[in-house]
Unconditional design. Structure first.
Length: 227
């Protein structure tokens, strides 16, 4: 288990802002629950090891990172570097380890719906000791988001649109199509730059909301990730 010092501020929507020099698989980003609709709220109470409902926190320790908020509440993430489960502690503590009972706070139709899959993920992790790949389906928009990141980095480094095209689509195609009638390649890069700029300006905050939304159900305004 990794414990972090109390938070000084919320940076860009993070409950805890990780060191930007740390590689993505090792980083532990804790998004604020307002941005991450799948965050589970729990109360933690000590339990005996014989209780069938008990969770062994020592078993979860390799994946668990806990930070303390300005309100003295604990915020946690369970992650193997590629998959994650966010937890906010309403009462009790995860820091002391041992065997505990987790009571989950679910309220209302819409907010509960977005937490059902994260809850299944947590139960599976506690029972099986692994992040079940079937419960973490790949997001089809991920390649596009990665392109936005690459383009944002390139623009920050001073790269031109044509430089970006050469890296993303190859120098041969860029030489052939950059000044072709219609300038479709130029337009494609321009759209990527616009998307990267929107992400950098705060659009990244909507990604978790979209991924946690699922589909429209029971009258809730819930969108599919591809909408």
């Amino acid at each position: 288990m990794r414990c972090r010092p109390p938070l000084a501020c919320n940076a860009g929507g993070c409950t805890f802002a990780e060191d930007p020099g740390i590689g993505a698989p090792a980083a532990r980003i804790l998004w604020h629950e307002a941005l991450d609709p799948g965050t589970l709220s729990v109360t933690v109470t000590p339990a005996s090891g014989s209780d069938p409902d008990a969770v062994d926190l020592d078993r979860l320790a390799p994946w668990l990172t806990v930070v303390e908020g300005r309100d003295a509440r604990e915020h946690a993430v369970l992650s193997d570097g590629w998959r994650r489960i966010r937890v906010d502690v309403e009462a009790g503590t995860l820091r002391e380890g041992g065997t505990v009972i987790l009571a989950y706070r679910l309220r209302g139709l819409c907010s509960t719906e977005s937490r059902l899959l994260p809850l299944r993920r947590l139960v599976t992790l506690c029972r099986g000791g692994c992040f079940a790949a079937t419960l973490f389906p790949p997001d089809r928009r991920m390649p596009r988001w990665i392109e936005f990141l690459r383009v944002a980095d390139a623009r920050a480094s001073g790269a031109s649109y044509q430089d970006i095209a050469a890296v993303l689509f190859g120098e041969a195609r860029t030489r052939r199509d950059w000044h072709a009638p219609g300038r479709s390649l130029h337009s494609q890069v321009r759209r990527l730059v616009a998307g990267a700029s929107a992400m950098s300006a705060g659009g990244y905050r909507d990604l978790l909301r979209r991924r946690g939304a699922g589909q429209r159900s029971n009258g809730c305004d819930i969108r599919r990730p591809e909408d």
